[in-house]
Design a protein around this ligand. Structure first.
Ligand code: NDP
Length: 393
């Protein structure tokens, strides 16, 4: 029987909600490219309830314990004395979330001799040292597509929020003010702007589709070019590289995984190539942007605004400069963990565990690393090598 070690974010400060804002959530059966949403044999949770925090347990306890497995759930993930690290030696499966990543470094993998499966309850497995996982023969899987649309909605919200100066205007109201001029002195329309995405995968393409009705010019760069009919339908301009693209864009959104090609991609040099006063939205991974360079660009005015929900490390320390830099619209890492998204990634996690324990192959699209190599979605979107050492340092 296996030990499943699950690291989730803390419960709400007042405990799990006893009531919810809505009675139900829409049922999503498949995604825009035809991929079928998670199909576990059954679920033991109510869709729309809090599953992503510690007490939610991703709805897994009954399923695992009925089968004789042990489930350990904790949010305590940092350092050798953490519950996570203490339980690692026994774990066959580690489940973690990008929102509250349990960094699975080479050192930690070495402390987990029984580990067979590192499962991301969400998308983005850069918190795992993928090269170390390949070397150790560990399968890495994630719930591909489960929250891609959730994130794309967040990106659109943040583009509008920054360009239209929503947050300072909201703060005026809360503070009892009514200075319209103060609110609009940094407010613009998105209409007519040039909007570009670094990567046009599931999220990037969904952002492009959602921005199209705003009558903007749409741009993208990616390692693989989109089919000509999609370029034509959306009126896309393709650029060979991010460097080539950013100079023509008023708004840039980053939607690539964090791997050696993208780590620190937005440094001082890249930011200097952007249009003066442009906006940058990063819901991909914090380490794709250089922390200090972003602060400098906002302070100088090179960037008119920066927003996103991804930081390094997570949780962000109190003194993280992105909490206090000017003209930002940061949130904690929330875009992919709405109650709607939680339902899908909990169901996907259950589906992957059902396959794992029945020794059935996982869905190809869920695989990042398998059999000592990049596989499935991972082979398409990531690159081999010592990615980011499981996001350390
Ligand atoms: P996809 O795999 O569908 O898309 C990733 C895209 O990035 C692919 O098209 C890939 O290209 C492209 N890409 C990879 N490397 C580069 C590069 N060097 N330059 C340009 N493009 C590149 O994933 P999703 O769209 O679903 O998710 C993307 C990322 O967003 C995730 O990896 C994760 O880090 C982040 N994310 C954040 C969430 C949040 O809550 N904030 C939630 C979900 C995801 P190709 O495949 O053509 O090689």
């Amino acid at each position: 029987m296996a030990t499943v070690l699950c690291v989730l974010y803390d419960d709400p400060v007042d405990g799990l909600p006893s009531t919810y804002a809505r009675d139900d959530i829409p049922v999503i059966k498949d995604y825009p490219d035809g991929q079928v949403a998670p199909t576990p044999e059954s679920i033991d949770f109510v869709p729309g309830e809090m599953l992503g925090s510690v007490s939610g347990e991703l709805g897994l306890r009954k399923f695992l314990e009925d089968a004789g497995h042990t489930l350990i759930v904790t949010s305590d993930k940092e350092g050798p004395d953490s519950e996570f690290e203490k339980a690692l030696p026994e774990a066959e499966v580690v489940i973690s979330q990008p929102f509250w990543p349990a960094y699975l470094t080479a050192e930690r993998i070495a402390k987990a001799p029984k580990l067979k499966l590192a499962l991301t309850a969400g998308i983005g497995s850069d918190h795992v040292d993928l090269q170390a996982a390949m070397d150790a023969g560990i399968t890495v899987a994630e719930v591909t597509y489960c929250n891609s649309i959730s994130v794309s909605e967040h990106v659109v919200m943040m583009i509008l929020g920054l360009v239209r100066n929503y947050i300072p205007s909201y703060q005026q109201v809360v503070a009892g003010g009514w200075n319209v001029a103060d609110c609009v002195s940094r407010a613009y329309d998105v209409e007519g702007m040039q909007v570009g995405t670094v990567a046009a995968g599931r999220i990037g393409t969904a952002v492009l589709r959602r921005m199209k009705p705003f009558d903007v010019g749409l741009h993208y760069t990616d390692r693989h070019r989109l089919p000509a009919e999609i370029e034509e339908e959306l009126g896309l301009t393709f650029h060979e590289s991010a460097e080539d693209m950013v100079g023509v864009c008023d708004v840039v959104t980053i939607n690539a995984p964090l791997h050696p090609e993208t780590e620190n991609l937005f440094d001082d040099a890249m930011l200097a190539k952007m249009k003066w006063g442009s906006y940058l939205i990063n819901t991909a991974r914090g380490k794709i942007c250089n922390r200090e360079a972003i602060v400098r660009a906002l302070e100088s005015g090179q960037l008119a605004g920066y927003a996103g929900d991804v930081w390094f490390p997570q949780p962000a320390p109190q003194d993280h400069p992105w909490r206090t830099m000017p003209h930002h619209g940061m949130t904690p890492h929330t875009s992919g963990t709405t109650l709607s998204a939680q339902t899908r990634y909990a169901a996907g996690t259950r589906e992957i565990l059902e396959s794992h324990f029945a020794s059935r192959p996982l869905r190809e699209e869920y695989l990042i690393v398998d059999g000592g190599d990049l596989a499935g979605a991972g082979a398409h979107s990531y690159s081999a090598g010592n990615a980011t050492k499981g996001s350390e340092g």
